[in-house]
Ligand binder design. Structure first.
Ligand code: FE2
Length: 300
């Protein structure tokens, strides 16, 4: 038995049937999902109830797991596994929603800016797997955009202008934009800024990617103003409706996306309503841009 994939839009997204993700996946199934990911950039799997352990097991079958923002230790974990990111607005005992001033709410809001998970570190993220536990009655969708289609649609002059540029990505840039700057010097320095080429090649499809994100705060070799304006223009280009898919969550949806080829953002919702999702993410340990030392560390 193999999976069936139905395209969701012209450029991005496939809805998958024919697999139960709470069971260990065969090598053939992993290959089939990887192939679909390389084509569609993001995949939707409906009706996939997953325990926290099952979600970890699923994610591990695609690679070593990423800790991302958790390295900052801003707040203590509610979930059983440190590799699971708690994308929720619920209290530790999950019986209610937290105050609007709670640290995790600013995280919810920062996720509403277009980004690629963990682009602020090397290695960055490969696949993110987001599982919906409880969702609000309305709002709180997640949108995705395809950075390969976005690159293809750039005018040739812009393609050559950015061909050899690198952007600086920093973990707290989007937080600072939201006025969330209450971090110790130690927290600010736990994950130093990193450079990524603005044009990368997506290994699974061989296609070029316009690698922009809300985490990018400067372009190497440009003034802050010129670099930031170009980043904003490119982000606007990359997120035009024709490159996008909007996901309306149902409980037990599992959505998987390739952070090397797509961006995503959450959408506004009523913070008084429960929205509870969990994310597990693999590291992009085979990124061609990694140095020999970085690769060795990542594979250790
Ligand atoms: Fe994200």
């Amino acid at each position: 038995m193999t999976i069936t994939v139905k395209a969701l839009t012209e450029h991005i997204g496939g809805e998958v049937t024919g697999v139960q993700l709470n069971q260990p996946l065969s090598a053939d199934m992993i290959e089939a999902i990887n192939d679909a990911m390389n084509q569609y950039g993001m995949l939707v799997f409906r009706n996939q109830p997953l325990t926290q352990s099952e979600q970890i097991q699923l994610a591990r079958s695609f690679g070593p797991l990423d800790m991302g923002l958790k390295k900052l230790k801003v707040r203590k974990d509610r979930l059983d596994h440190p590799e699971l990111a708690d994308l929720s607005n619920v209290t530790d005992d999950a019986t209610g929603v937290v105050e609007r001033t709670h640290k995790k709410i600013v995280g919810n809001i920062a996720n509403q800016m277009w980004h690629s998970d963990s682009s602020f570190q090397r290695p960055g993220a490969c696949y993110s797997m987001l599982s919906a536990v409880r969702v609000p009655a309305d709002g709180g969708d997640t949108e995705y955009t395809d950075l390969r289609a976005a690159y293809d649609a750039l005018p040739d002059s812009l393609k050559s202008e950015i061909a050899d540029l690198q952007a600086e990505h920093y973990v707290l840039h989007s937080r600072f934009l939201l006025g969330d700057d209450d971090y110790t010097e130690e927290q600010k320095n736990v994950i130093p800024p990193v450079l990524w080429p603005m044009v990368r090649v997506h290994p699974g499809s061989g296609r070029k990617v316009l690698f922009v994100s809300a985490h990018a705060r400067a372009i190497d070799g440009m003034t802050i103003a010129e670099g930031r304006m170009l980043l904003m223009d490119l982000l606007e280009h990359a997120t035009q409706p024709q490159f996008r898919y909007r996901h309306h969550w149902q409980p037990n949806d599992l959505v998987m996306w390739d952070n090397r080829a797509t961006l995503h953002r959450g959408r506004r919702f009523n913070l008084n309503q429960v929205r509870e999702l969990r994310r597990a993410t693999t590291l992009d340990i085979n990124a061609p841009e990694l140095t020999a030392v970085e690769r060795e560390l990542a594979h250790a």
